[in-house]
Design a protein around this ligand. Structure first.
Ligand SMILES: [Zn+2]
Length: 83
C-alpha cells in the first residue's frame, strides 16, 4: 500500500458554522456531511465509542485527500446544552 505518505487532514465539526458544510482542506470542494450520494466524498472509516459516533474518516473524491472529522461527542453535548 502506497497510501501512508498521504496527508490526513483533520476537521473539528464543532468549529464548523452553519449547516455543517465545509471546504475540503486541500482542493476546496464543498463537503456536506449530510450528502449520502458519494459524488463528492465517501466515508471510509467510522469510529464509535459507547454507541456514539466519535470520528469519521472520509475520502474526497476530487483530490483523494483523507479527512478525519472529529468532535462529534462534543458536538452532541453542545446541542444538548442548547435545548
Ligand atoms: Zn479535496
Amino acid at each position: 500500500m502506497e497510501q501512508s505518505h498521504l496527508a490526513i487532514f483533520k476537521v473539528d465539526i464543532t468549529q464548523i458554522e452553519g449547516e455543517g458544510n465545509f471546504p475540503c482542506p486541500k482542493c476546496g470542494v464543498t463537503i456536506s456531511p449530510d450528502d449520502e450520494t458519494e459524488t463528492v466524498f465517501k466515508i471510509i472509516d467510522t469510529k464509535v465509542k459507547k454507541h456514539n459516533l466519535e470520528e469519521l474518516v472520509i475520502l474526497c473524491n476530487k483530490c483523494e485527500s483523507r479527512i478525519r472529522l472529529v468532535g462529534f461527542l462534543q458536538f452532541e453535548k453542545k446541542q444538548e446544552q442548547l435545548l
